[in-house]
Design a protein around this ligand. Sequence first.
Ligand SMILES: C[S@@+](CC[C@H](N)C(=O)[O-])C[C@H]1O[C@@H](n2cnc3c(N)ncnc32)[C@H](O)[C@@H]1O
Length: 256
Amino acid sequence: MSDSTSSARQFNAHADQYAASEVHRSGPSLPVLIAFAAPTPDDVVLDVATGTGNTALALAPCVSRVTGLDLADGMLAHARDRAAREGIRNAQFQIGSAEQLPFPDASFTLVTSRHAPHHFRDLSRFLAEAARVLTPGGRLVIADQVSPTPHLQPWIDAYQRRRDPSHFAQRTALEWRDLAERAGFRWAEETLVPYRLDFAWWTAQSGSSPEAVQELRKMVASLTPDEQAAIGAEFSTDGQLLAHVDQMMVVRLEKQ
Ligand SMILES: C[S@@+](CC[C@H](N)C(=O)[O-])C[C@H]1O[C@@H](n2cnc3c(N)ncnc32)[C@H](O)[C@@H]1O
């Protein structure tokens, strides 16, 4: 299945749950991303893979205008409704791909993407496109989940994909840095924000079948204690998986 088909299908099917999710609407990576972005009234912003507009609409009151781009029209419909409800007039939303941004060169001063690049099939292409549409000195601010080690990445990708087939790759912070520097960005500031995800909520939100839930539980049980600690797995006293912790990397990249 292609990138666009897989992500658009997954997110269109679960757009209502996503729009209602507090973790995504105002979860702890959002204020960190905004602090790293340091938005100003002159900024012209592109929010890539905007979904229901959580990041775009948080930035809108601080900037000149913001465009939210996403593959899933069902997610964008929620973003437009919310902008109208909240009286936000300087935000617009349109369909498009992170790997082929439908904008001229140097058209934005700030590009953001939150909780989304792990869906992108070609991260280098997205980074090159972000560099292309930014003005010289522009900022790219990312919040996305990273793997604690390269060793755990294949397991994490299989675990995440079993729950959400549109998951593609949960890269390490080091791989991110390498790819970003190759695309011509300076790695300016970085931090990790932990997200504790309740297992029952996390699987219900994506509509996981009872079989998928059992498989996910077995996958976590198959890890060594050190590996379970690395993904922040928590168990009840009778050994039931309760939660795991995703590490959200927030980073500001500056176009050289
Ligand atoms: C988890 S949501 C993130 C939403 C939002 N950024 C936020 O802060 O809540 C991921 C979004 O990425 C979109 N997406 C996935 N791959 C994409 C791509 N290659 N280009 C554009 N959007 C993409 C999906 O349609 C989905 O709406």
